[in-house]
Structures are given as C-alpha cells and as structure tokens.
Design a protein. Sequence first.
Length: 258
Amino acid sequence: MKTTEIRDSGPYNGRYITKGAMIAEMGALVGALNAGLPLAGARARVLDGALFPQRARASRERMWDVINYAYLSGPPWTIAALQAAYQAGPQNREFVSLLYLLFTLRDHLTYDFVTQTLWAKWSAGQLAVSNADLFGLMDQAGAAQPQVARLASATRLRLAQNILTSLRDFGLLTGTHSKALVRPVLPLATAEHLLRVLTAEGVRGAGVLAEPTWRLFLCREADVADVLGRLAQAQRIRFEKVGGTVVLETPEAWRAEA
C-alpha cells in the first residue's frame, strides 16, 4: 500500500474551499451503499441529482470529485469502515469522527493546521481559534510553497473560514463567530482505523505512541497508550507498555498492507 493513497503529503491547496466537511452528503452516499447500491451506481445517482441536492450538474460533478478524493480513494477497508460506522446513523460519533480522520489525512493544510498550530495552542492552554491562526501557518509555508504566497486575500479568507467551519462540524471546535478548541470524541473503532493507517504506513512499536497523527484528536502519548490498552482489552491488538518497553502487535493482514 502506497502511503500517498491514504495521506496527502503534497503542497497545500484550496481543494476544500467551497465544499467543507460534507457530512450530510457522505451520510446520503454511505446510506445508499449500505442499502445495496454499488459505488458506481452511487456515483451515477449523485451525478443525476438523485442523492445530492445541488441543482447544477457541474456542482454535483465537483462534489463527487472532492468526496471521491477525500473519503473514497483510499484502500478498500476505508469504505468498509465508513459503512460499518454508519450503522448507528449519519450523525453518530463514530461516523463523524471517521470522516474527520479521513478528511484531515487527505488535506495536508488541514492536517498541519491541526497537528501543529492547534496542537501547540491546546498544549499551551490557549483555546481561542481564529482565521489569523491559519494565516500564520500559511505565511510560514509561503517561502517553500510559492502557490500559497500567491493566494489572494479573499481566497485566503475563504479557505480559513471553510477549514474552521469544517473543524467545528467535526467536533474539534465550538462556536459560530468566536471559535474555541475542544477535545473531539475518539471512538474505539476510529482509533482502530487510525492505527491501521499507521500500520499500513510502516509505523511500529513505540513509534505509534509518538505519531503526530493522534494529535488530530488532541491525544498525548498517555492518551494513546490508554486507547491502545482498550483495543487490546477488546482483543483487536496486542499491546503492553512497561516503562520504556512497548510491545505492539497488530493483525497480520494489516502488516501485509505496508
């Protein structure tokens, strides 16, 4: 499994400027898949207007392209996990948290914003979040990524507003006008999916506990150890941590994907 099929590691871009978290649309789509519609059939129903409310076909085509990239272009077990998470409904915590994980893994700017900028604020006890926080990250990136430095002010503002709104919809932020950080829910099934991603990327042992990806859920190493312990209790993995010694064994099928 190539890591590029799971995680966006390319230059920052404005892929999600107008589309946002797309939670309602993903609920409609995964609901159709769970009802027995194949993925190709779901795409056809999106494009013909049967699943999504957008009136213009061009808007539906763009929505499908973004959804396919953000949520559906990973390994087959990603779609299977979405279908399983949807069983309790489109707004249940497991489904929304999995969408959040996939969304951030597939957008490099959003991922860095959460795991660097917002993580630093959370660690310092600074909970207020504004557009200026994202502008700061973009300014830092401008020297190495000229396409970011060239963004018009209006585009930067739309991008910042959209990302912050998406993070609020996913449960990382609260508030409408003034936004603040809150720790998002990390259901065990979503933690298992995150661990499977790391395993497919070749991360092993103590490296899993220190992996920055857990910061998406504002987890420190002790929090990660607790989550892994609960996965072990559920007999999903083997995990032991004694002092600095870590024993972590994931299913063989996961390791074969690396």
